[in-house]
Design a protein around this ligand. Structure first.
Ligand code: HEC
Length: 174
C-alpha cells in the first residue's frame, strides 16, 4: 500500500515538470511567431495613408484638368467619380461595363503612370467606348491627364500606386 502511495507521489513531479515544459514551449512558440512576423506598425512603418503623399506636378495637374473636363468627364464623371457611381460595375445592354471611376475608389491607382498612359493612348481592347486617344492627344497631354487623375487620389493610393498596392506593409485598406 505504502509502495503504491510513493509511486503516486513520485509520478506527480515529472507530470508537473512536463506541464511546465509544454506551457513554456507554447509560450515560446507564440512569442516567437510574434517576433517572426511583427505588424508593420510594430516595426515603426506607419500606414501609407499617414505618410506624406508623393508630390504632384501642379502645372501638369492644371493642364490635365482642362483636358479631362473637355474629353473624359462626359463618361468618367466630374472629379473621376465614374459613369454610374451608384453601381460602378452594372453592365449595359451589351454586357459592357460603364466607364469606371478614376478617383481613388476603384482600380485606376493599381496601374503605374506608364500603364495608364498606354491604356489612354491605345484605348480598351474590350470596349470601343474607351477609344484610343493617341490621335487626339499628344503623349505629353496624356501624361498631364494622368497627373490630374492622380490628384483625385488620397495619400495611400498615391504612395502605393502600381505593384505596391499588393504589398500589405504599404497598403492596408480597400
Ligand atoms: C465614351 C466614354 C468614354 C470617354 C469619353 C472616355 N472613357 Fe475612359 N473608359 C471608358 C470605358 C467604358 C472604360 C472601361 C473599358 C473596359 O472595360 O476595358 C474606360 C476605361 C478607362 C481607363 C481604365 C481604368 C481602369 O481602372 O483600368 C482609364 C485610365 C480611362 N478610361 C481614362 C480615360 C481618359 C483619360 C479619358 C479622356 C481623355 C477617357 N477615359 C475618356 C469610357 C470612356
Amino acid at each position: 500500500m505504502s509502495g503504491k502511495g510513493r509511486h503516486g507521489k513520485a509520478g506527480m513531479i515529472p507530470l508537473a515538470l512536463g506541464v511546465v515544459v509544454v506551457l513554456g514551449a507554447v509560450l515560446m512558440l507564440v512569442t516567437g511567431c510574434g517576433k517572426a512576423a511583427p505588424a508593420a506598425s510594430e516595426r515603426g512603418t506607419p500606414p501609407a495613408a499617414e505618410q506624406p503623399p508623393i508630390r504632384l506636378d501642379d502645372a501638369r495637374v492644371a493642364r490635365g484638368k482642362v483636358i479631362y473636363e473637355a474629353r473624359c468627364a462626359g463618361c468618367h464623371g466630374r472629379d473621376g467619380v465614374g459613369e454610374n457611381p451608384a453601381n460602378p460595375v452594372a453592365p449595359d445592354e451589351q454586357g459592357r461595363f460603364p466607364a469606371p471611376p478614376l478617383d481613388g475608389s476603384a482600380h485606376a491607382w493599381h496601374h503605374t503612370d506608364e500603364d495608364l498612359a498606354n491604356f489612354i493612348a491605345d484605348g480598351s481592347p474590350r470596349n470601343p467606348r474607351m477609344k484610343a486617344w493617341k490621335t487626339d492627344l499628344t503623349r505629353e497631354q496624356i501624361r498631364d491627364v494622368v497627373e490630374y487623375i492622380k490628384s483625385l487620389w488620397g495619400p495611400a493610393e498615391l504612395n502605393c500606386q502600381g505593384p505596391r498596392h499588393m504589398d500589405p506593409d504599404c497598403f492596408r485598406g480597400h
